[in-house]
Ligand binder design. Structure first.
Ligand SMILES: Cc1cc2nc3c(=O)[nH]c(=O)nc-3n(C[C@H](O)[C@H](O)[C@H](O)COP(=O)(O)OP(=O)(O)OC[C@H]3O[C@@H](n4cnc5c(N)ncnc54)[C@H](O)[C@@H]3O)c2cc1C
Length: 348
């Protein structure tokens, strides 16, 4: 049994603690604030394969994420559920039907065995039955496919409870200033998410990986949403979501580079951007007065592309002596990432 310190009780640090405690190690998890309070609580709440990541060739990640959905649904069915999504197709705008159809065929193929129904095409009349407020002008129909939705905060705390039941000690409101503070531990895991470089810089040599801080913001609208939508932002390759969430409508997200790891509040430009994207596809316009809350989080993206939309959502490890630094990742795949981190850490 080894004594292991983990810095950061986001979903990545918590899943790593879970993997290590399952293997019988004595884990202490240090968190500067409260657990699952930063990026891991500011997600789009989707346990998803990431249909759009197929466009950037991230087949292995999508495959892992599609299979991971089932893991969460089986382990914590009270905190997540399958979610049907509509991908509406419009004449003369966005991706053509054939392209989305091929993407979803591949998505279904990679999801094989995970227990989700395959995608199917809906006529425009059927689409409007599912979502009456959708703009009918130029609507050809929609693909209906499945992912899953979670309460990210509650599910993260559930993982924490699992690892605490196996003996993990949680120390909150405790900022680790230096690796030297953790000298009494056999191993250290740096799972500080957007703050990963703060501890990495304390070790010699150039880091093998760099992080891009990319803020994503969401809007909450206090009205129910009839169905989940995945839509292209007008005039862009980016997609955004309009989602039913706990009786309200959740709209997101944005991609704005930041110069530091702490999330800034949603800017007025981000709010306008999301409202305009929503209104483009709806008969009923939303205005700033309809927004009841916003929230923002910073993605700790592996620096792999100039455009954050194109950046890989994979993770990477760097092990230096007894310290493992973790870069990047996705909520959906955090349990797999935690097991992989434990494998690398324990390799002699
Ligand atoms: C807008 C947005 C939408 C997203 N949507 C989805 C989605 O729908 N589905 C999905 O799968 N993924 C999604 N993601 C990605 C996912 O949320 C992140 O990949 C994941 O939450 C990152 O978790 P983390 O543990 O690395 O970071 P964090 O949750 O930020 O955790 C890091 C923790 O480390 C702590 N910490 C840092 N430094 C120290 C220190 N020195 N001492 C003590 N504690 C420290 C911090 O306080 C923090 O709690 C989204 C991300 C964003 C931003």
């Amino acid at each position: 049994m080894r004594k292991i310190a983990i810095v950061g009780a986001g979903i990545v640090g918590t899943c790593t603690a879970w993997a290590l405690s399952q293997r019988g190690h004595q884990v202490t998890l240090f968190e500067q604030d409260s657990p699952i309070s930063h990026t891991s609580r500011a997600s789009s709440k989707l346990l998803h394969g990431g249909l759009r990541y197929l466009e950037t060739g991230q087949f292995s990640l999508v495959h892992k994420a599609l299979q991971a959905r089932r893991f969460w649904l089986q382990q914590a069915p009270h905190l997540c559920h399958p979610l049907p999504l509509l991908f509406p197709i419009y004449r003369h705008s966005g991706r053509p039907r054939w392209q989305v159809g091929i993407g979803l065929k591949l998505y279904d193929l990679l999801a094989r065995g995970s227990g989700f129904a395959p995608a199917r095409w809906l006529s425009s009349a059927d689409t409007l039955r599912h979502y009456p407020d959708l703009n009918p002008n130029g609507l050809q129909g929609a693909y209906r496919f499945f992912d899953a939705q979670m309460d990210d905060h509650a599910l993260g705390l559930w993982v924490l409870a699992q690892t605490q039941a196996l003996g993990t000690e949680l120390v909150t409101q405790h900022h680790i200033d230096s690796l030297a503070e953790l000298a009494g531990f056999d191993h250290i895991v740096n799972a500080a998410g957007p703050w990963v470089m703060d501890l990495r810089r304390q070790q010699p040599g150039a880091a093998e990986h760099q992080i891009d801080w990319v803020r994503g913001s969401h809007l909450f609208i206090n009205r129910p949403c009839p169905a989940a939508l995945m839509l292209p932002v007008p005039g862009e390759q980016r997609i955004f979501f309009v989602l039913p969430y706990q009786g309200r409508t959740l709209i997101g997200t944005t991609e704005v580079r930041q110069a530091h790891p702490a999330a800034e509040n949603a800017s007025s430009a981000e709010i306008d951007y999301l409202l305009a994207a929503h209104n483009h596809y709806h008969r009923t316009e939303l205005h700033a007065a309809d927004i009841v809350a916003t929230f923002s989080g910073v993605r700790p993206l592996l620096k792999t592309a100039a455009n954050p939309s194109q950046a890989k959502r994979e993770w990477a490890f760097e092990r230096i002596d007894n310290v493992l630094h973790i870069y990047g990742g996705k909520w959906t795949t955090a349990q797999i990432q935690g097991q992989a981190a434990a494998d690398v850490l324990l390799k002699t």
